[in-house]
Design a protein around this ligand. Structure first.
Ligand SMILES: C[S@@+](CC[C@H](N)C(=O)[O-])C[C@H]1O[C@@H](n2cnc3c(N)ncnc32)[C@H](O)[C@@H]1O
Length: 262
């Protein structure tokens, strides 16, 4: 049986390849299964839109190297969607004409989180993706899936500008690229691109003082207490911690906050 540190070394080497040389390359079925094995311990652990890695090639799913590393897989996206659904039930309805809360996925990547939220909440989710290669692969994938996700090739600020606040159940998913914010010292949310505090300011300004919910993905090793600093003055509601499959610092956590107005 291979030693855990061998498979962790293989994970970090594969991660570097997917974020480097294969960044905008559509992965083969074999590479997707390898990613599932190295990241989640089994090929099927990499599963998006309800389709496991073992079936993605046959289903015509296109995943780029970077998105394979950055994505929120079904198991995690479903757990966060479930938690948000429960929280929505506790917040008074302040819906607009359609009665639907506004749900925006500001850095959508694969769009899998949007897909799960749209399905679980029964709403249209508006999703922004700035990288044309990621956008095109995701647009293609979403045609293969029954979803109420509306995808835009757009900067998240333009999406915010187009969608004014509807009510206190409005929900934003925030997951900017980590880049140099992710180091052995942990994930510094004030150094993501853009920095999380700046994104939260943009959301608050777009809402003219109306509170909302914000969900964010982090790793399991936050540097400099930067999550608490980024959300200072706002209320922490939930943290979702999937079972760890990688060394400390490389696993994912999700946090939900209530963002209060100005
Ligand atoms: C960490 S990934 C998000 C992964 C996503 N949650 C998923 O489940 O696949 C961040 C994504 O945001 C995109 N992005 C970066 N800057 C952006 C911006 N200013 N506006 C919108 N999208 C942006 C990147 O191209 C990348 O695909």
């Amino acid at each position: 049986m291979p030693h855990a540190s061998d498979s962790h070394a293989a994970y970090f080497a594969f991660r570097a390849l997917l974020l480097g040389e294969l960044r905008t390359t559509v992965l083969t079925g074999e590479q997707l299964c390898e990613a599932g094995r190295l990241i989640y311990g089994r090929p099927e652990g990499l599963s998006l839109y309800g389709i496991p890695a073992t079936g993605m090639e046959a289903a015509g799913i296109r995943l780029l190297g970077r998105t394979t590393i950055e994505c929120c897989v079904d198991e995690y996206a479903a757990a966060v969607a479930e938690a948000l659904t429960a929280l929505h039930a506790t917040v008074a309805d302040g819906g607009g004409d359609t009665g639907e809360p506004l749900v925006l996925d500001l850095f959508c990547g694969s769009g899998n989180f949007s897909h799960h939220l749209a399905t679980r909440l029964g709403v249209t989710v508006h999703a922004a993706e700035l990288d044309p290669a990621v956008h095109d692969a995701t647009a293609h994938n979403l045609t293969r899936v029954d979803t109420r996700t509306r995808l835009y090739l757009s900067d998240y600020r333009d999406l915010l500008g187009k969608h004014p606040a509807r009510g206190p159940r409005d929900t934003y998913f925030v997951e900017p690229p980590w880049g140099p914010a992710f180091t052995p010292a942990g994930l510094d949310l004030t150094r993501t691109s853009p920095p999380v505090p700046e994104i939260l300011d943009d959301i608050r300004h777009a809402r003219a003082g109306m509170p909302c919910l914000v969900a964010i993905k982090t790793n399991d090793h936050i540097a400099h207490d930067s999550l608490a600093h980024s959300f200072a003055g706002h209320r922490h509601l939930r943290t979702i911690t999937p079972a760890a499959t990688l060394p400390h610092g490389a696993n994912m956590d999700f946090h939900i906050f209530r963002l209060d107005g100005d």
